[in-house]
Design a protein around this ligand. Structure first.
Ligand code: SAM
Length: 262
């Protein structure tokens, strides 16, 4: 009996997930072809689901702040964030009002628009993905800034989308003043993730209850000596971050909720 109920719930879940993204699948396919992305929307469907739920979480639970993505390439995860922000702005507006958030939440999209930088630091140079050439300079180059804005503004009003072009180390400090409720880290390299995260924690721009997604957590054979795992361990030690580990998702993702840090 219990097993039957479990099964029914599972089927219901799968159908709900499908419905949620049906309208975006053509968009994802188009963006994948346009940017020569090697993984289809199917490989990423759980990533899209998690990111959308992250947006529902910050609205529903009254987590203060905007949404930022570091690493936009094909625009697919940016589109999911834009669509989810738009949906929540309508459906969960009462929650933002009740929590005293009067400004519409903004979406910040950071990228070099030149692909990955040259790897300068040992944790990158020695990592399997960089040393094999999979993550070389200029790889992962995707949409232009204008194309990214055009595609995202089909789902969220353009005035709320801020496309920030340049290396994270040069842009994060000068482009952000507001606190963030959701951060999507997808710059692949150790150095890129440090460049994105360090200024956010240093300037106290990560709000209480913020959700942080790492897309490449289990890249480099999940070795903690490299990439996002190493960058996060350093941030936790440097800023005494207290967090809840929200677990893995998709092929290589992992997410956390931030409580306190100093
Ligand atoms: C794996 S792709 C992101 C995938 C994207 N979220 C999607 O849905 O297609 C990594 C992106 O991070 C950008 N990037 C990596 N390191 C960067 C840095 N230090 N500064 C700026 N952009 C960077 C690259 O240009 C690339 O577009």
């Amino acid at each position: 009996m219990n097993l039957l109920r479990l099964l029914k719930n599972k089927v219901k879940q799968v159908f709900q997930q499908k419905e949620e993204y049906n309208s975006l699948i053509d968009e994802f396919n188009q963006l994948a072809v346009e940017t020569k992305a090697n993984l289809t929307h199917k490989a990423h469907s759980e990533v899209y689901q998690k990111l959308a739920h992250g947006v529902y979480y910050i609205y529903g639970m009254g987590v203060k702040g905007d949404i930022a993505e570091f690493g936009t390439m094909t625009g697919r995860t940016a589109v999911v964030l834009a669509a989810a922000v738009n949906e929540c702005s309508h459906n969960l507006a009462y929650s933002d009002q009740a929590h005293g958030f009067d400004k519409p939440r903004q979406l910040y999209l950071f990228d070099s628009f030149e692909g990955l930088p040259d790897s300068q630091h040992e944790p990158d140079k020695l990592s399997p993905h960089v040393s094999s050439g999979v993550w070389g300079r200029g790889t992962c180059k995707g949409l232009t800034p204008q194309r990214l804005l055009d595609i995202c503004s089909k789902y969220l009003e353009a005035a709320r989308i801020h496309v920030i072009q340049g290396w994270f180390k040069d842009t994060v400090n000068i482009s952000l003043d507001s606190v963030l409720a959701l951060v999507h880290i997808d710059g692949d390299l150790y150095e890129s993730e440090i460049d994105a995260l360090n200024p956010l924690f240093e300037r106290k721009l990560i709000s209480e209850g913020a959700i942080v997604f790492f897309d490449d957590w289990n890249c480099n054979r999940a070795d903690p000596m490299y990439g996002e795992k190493k960058a996060w361990a350093e941030m936790v030690a440097k800023y005494n971050i207290e967090y809840s580990d929200e677990g893995s998702y998709g092929i290589s993702g992992h997410h956390f909720i931030i409580h306190r840090y100093c």
